[in-house]
Structures are given as structure tokens and as C-alpha cells.
Write a protein that binds this ligand. Structure first.
Ligand code: GTP
Ligand code: MG
Ligand code: ZN
Length: 286
């Protein structure tokens, strides 16, 4: 915990029911050389995922989330879609970062594949975090200034590399990808908040790479409102309660088959919507 005067104090939670997550604001009192948390102040927001058996909180009171993916390891469109949906549901602005622009060919492929996300107005930042120059560092500093930013993404994308770039005192551990599989090694195992150098109100949160992103806390009927491209087409369907899967007169289905590139809906994004709709419509396993 960081006290209002900037000191770091190791705090314990009182009682079994209480729980605090990274980013929480708390009331506490000193006890010997450490501290005790008396109360977690009501959260402005909370980003979490939920599978069938448990809830996993990432962090609270966020101004923005950076979903960091990279040219290598190849990213999963489905996991990216899920992370964006969770951020939309929590009301937290999300930016996509595509790292490792020095790996030209895979970078170009990944960049092109993100076209649907640019078309739905997510900003996609091209990054080369390992070899960032002063200008790149300055731009990133500006981007996160006076904000609390959670850095989220698959293992090996470069989240801890970013933390070390902007918070050199962090000394966050990083690791090369495994050679055989070109996948990350799950180097970071906990979620940690760091203060950005020379910016007192700027915080970055490093997190462990995620593989699965359960969205069981979201009702299937809410999905269309949380996927910007589906939402854009969902007006004007014949039925007011259209689920956009098989109904006649559906504008979403019409948008996949249109030849007009400007107004068309990406087929894979539509497929992701249908898969998620099914998944979130199933009764929970008890
Ligand atoms: N080629 C290249 N490699 C990079 C770049 N940025 C980071 N890396 C490398 O990618 C590897 C993984 O980086 P990390 O920062 O450990 O990745 P992470 O997202 O924190 O991974 P986890 O902690 O496992 O979730 C390291 O070997 C980095 O040096 C880049 O811009 N280009
Ligand atoms: Mg890491
Ligand atoms: Zn419809």
C-alpha cells in the first residue's frame, strides 16, 4: 500500500470476508511497523473475469487499460475480443498496443488483422518496446500521464518490458519466448502497481499473462451492446429483440454479406459474437 505521503507500507486485511485488489483505495491504521486495512473505499470500477467456478479480479479504480499483444507470440483474436468486452462492461476505456514492430513480417500481418478494431474506433498503438527511443518513451509517458493504467495481455507480449521502460526502478522480470513454441513463459505471476518515474499521479499496473478470459458475469443479451461493430449494425433489425443469429430481417447478418467494405461486418468478429452468445446462454454448471 502507498500512504498519502508516498511511503510504502505493508498492510494486512482485517477479517476473513474483507478483500482488496490492486488499485483499491483504503482506510488503514498503523500497527507496529506494518498496517491494517480497516475499509476498502467504494470502487469506481473493477476489471475482472469470471469463469464457471471463480471470479478473478485484475484491478480497480482504473482510468484505462492497455491490451498489449505482439507480433510474436501470435495473438488470439478471441482473447482480444473478450478482454475488450470486459473493459466495455466495466466502463473502462481500452487501447490496443501491438508490440515488436522490429519483427517486420509478423508485425505487418498482425497489424493488418487488426483492421476491424481500428474500424470500430479503438486506437491501436504500434510499439517497439525493447528498443524504444526517447521519442517513443516520451509519447508513452504523455499517453499515460496522470492516469492509472492496467497493462493486460498474453504472456510474452512485453507487458513487463513496458513497465521497465517507464518505471526503471520497477526491475520487473522479463523473459525470452520459448524457442520451440514461440510462446511466453508466464514470467510475471502477480499483479503489481508501479509509479511512473517523475510523475506522481501516474501509475502502471503489470499483470500476469492471461490465457482464458471467462465472461460469465455478462448476460448474452448484453453482448451486442459491448461489441462495437455488432452494435453499429444492430439497429433496424425487424424484431426489437433480435439476437442476430437466425432471425429474418436482421441487419447484422445482412452486414456480413454486403460487398461494401465500408459498411461490412468482419466475418470472424460475427463468429466470435455467435460463439460467445451460445456460451453465455448456457445455464451455469453447479
Ligand atoms: N523483438 C522484440 N522483443 C521484445 C520487444 N518488447 C519486448 N520483447 C521481448 O519479449 C519477451 C517477453 O517480454 P516480457 O516483458 O517478459 O513479456 P510479458 O508480457 O511481461 O510476459 P509475462 O510476464 O509472461 O506475461 C522478452 O524477451 C522481451 O525482451 C520488442 O519490441 N521487440
Ligand atoms: Mg511480465
Ligand atoms: Zn439482428
Amino acid at each position: 500500500m502507498v500512504a498519502s505521503d508516498g511511503r510504502h507500507v505493508l498492510c494486512h486485511l482485517r477479517g476473513k470476508k474483507a478483500s482488496a485488489v490492486v488499485g483499491d483505495h483504503v482506510l488503514w491504521h498503523p500497527a507496529e511497523s506494518q498496517g491494517v486495512i480497516d475499509q476498502v473505499i467504494e470502487r469506481r470500477n473493477l476489471l475482472y473475469r469470471q469463469d464457471e467456478t471463480r471470479v478473478k479480479s485484475f484491478a480497480a479504480n482504473l482510468d484505462q487499460v492497455l491490451i498489449l499483444i505482439a507480433a510474436e507470440p501470435a495473438y488470439s483474436t478471441r482473447q482480444l475480443a473478450r478482454a475488450l468486452i470486459a473493459a466495455e462492461a466495466a466502463g473502462i476505456p481500452a487501447t490496443i498496443g501491438l508490440n515488436k514492430s522490429d519483427l517486420h513480417e509478423p508485425f505487418q500481418r498482425a497489424w493488418d488483422s487488426l483492421a476491424p478494431y481500428r474500424a470500430m474506433d479503438y486506437s491501436v498503438l504500434p510499439l517497439c518496446l525493447r528498443k524504444a527511443d526517447d521519442t517513443a518513451r516520451h509519447n508513452l509517458n504523455q499517453w499515460c500521464q496522470n492516469k492509472t493504467t492496467l497493462v493486460l495481455g498474453p504472456s510474452g507480449a512485453g507487458k513487463s518490458t513496458l513497465i521497465n521502460l517507464l518505471c526503471p526502478d520497477a526491475l520487473a522480470q522479463t523473459a525470452e519466448l520459448s524457442n520451440a513454441l514461440k510462446s511466453g513463459r508466464h514470467t510475471t505471476t502477480g499483479t503489481t502497481m508501479y509509479r511512473v518515474e517523475n510523475h506522481s499521479g501516474t501509475f502502471l499496473i503489470d499483470s500476469p499473462g492471461f490465457q482464458e478470459f471467462g465472461l460469465q458475469h455478462i448476460a448474452a443479451s448484453r453482448l451486442q451492446g459491448l461489441m462495437r461493430d455488432i452494435h453499429r449494425h444492430a439497429h433496424g433489425c425487424r424484431f426489437y429483440n433480435c439476437t442476430h443469429r437466425h432471425e429474418p430481417g436482421c441487419r447484422v447478418i445482412a452486414a456480413i454479406t454486403t460487398d461494401n467494405e465500408e459498411t461490412s461486418l468482419d466475418k470472424e468478429r460475427y463468429q466470435i459474437y455467435c460463439e460467445l452468445f451460445m456460451e453465455l446462454s448456457r445455464p451455469p454448471v453447479r
